[in-house]
Write a protein that binds this ligand. Structure first.
Ligand SMILES: [Zn+2]
Length: 211
């Protein structure tokens, strides 16, 4: 599996393009503000055909350019719990996001739930519902490759905030415990912010400081 990443927008959000090999299908993950040109260049460089845009959760910074790809006929997949934030990706926390202008909403073509699986070429992801940072946070785990797209659940050296509207610190702790229990320690993580490619074993001691 190839995971190309870039960091964009006012809160340094990671966008990823995931694929098995050049010339095949790919998944666009979390199209952040200002990611459009980089995603297009990545698609062109590797001759990729986007299967879908998958959003790890519905916060503005992770969904704001979903409409760019929806307008090109690419389906948007979202996790159950945050889908209304894709309909209207207005800044729910203006102080954090600096009052960005509203952007066009999208209608998710597919609402994903815990245990759902989807394939991108020969890659198979299994979804874990990991609420807390928001109700609709999901982790996409490729057990065979030992890689996981973890959104804002866990970072290389920390965890996602739980002081937002609809956050739940209690749910967050349960989600972190679950992921740290179920993902093998050598699984590499690809978070929504900060460095990627560190292992669960590397990230766990940092996460535990907040648990
Ligand atoms: Zn978030």
């Amino acid at each position: 599996m190839m995971i190309k990443g870039g960091t964009f927008g006012p809160v340094a959000t990671n966008t990823y393009v995931v694929f098995e090999e050049a010339g095949g299908p790919c998944l666009i993950v979390d199209p952040a503000a200002g990611s459009r040109a980089w995603v297009a260049k990545t698609l062109a460089t590797h001759e990729l055909a986007p299967l879908a845009v998958w959003t790890t959760h519905g916060h503005w910074d992770h969904v704001v350019e979903a409409h760019v790809w929806a307008d090109q006929g690419i389906p948007i997949w979202a996790g159950s719990g945050d889908e209304d934030w894709l309909h209207a990706p207005a800044p729910f926390n203006p102080a954090l996001f600096g009052n960005p202008p509203p952007t066009p909403g999208v209608e998710p073509a597919r609402i994903l739930r815990d245990g759902d699986q989807f394939s991108v070429g020969g890659i198979t992801f299994t979804l874990l519902h990991t609420p807390g940072h928001s109700p609709g946070c999901f982790v996409a785990w490729d057990a065979a490759a030992g890689e996981a797209l973890v959104g804002d659940l866990i970072f290389a050296q920390g965890i996602g905030r739980t002081d937002f509207p609809r956050s739940s610190p209690t749910a967050m702790m349960a989600s972190l415990e679950r992921v740290l229990r179920e993902l093998p320690s050598q699984t590499r993580i690809y978070p929504g912010h900060g460095p990627w490619g560190v292992t669960v074993a590397d990230a766990e001691p940092w996460a535990r400081m907040f648990m």
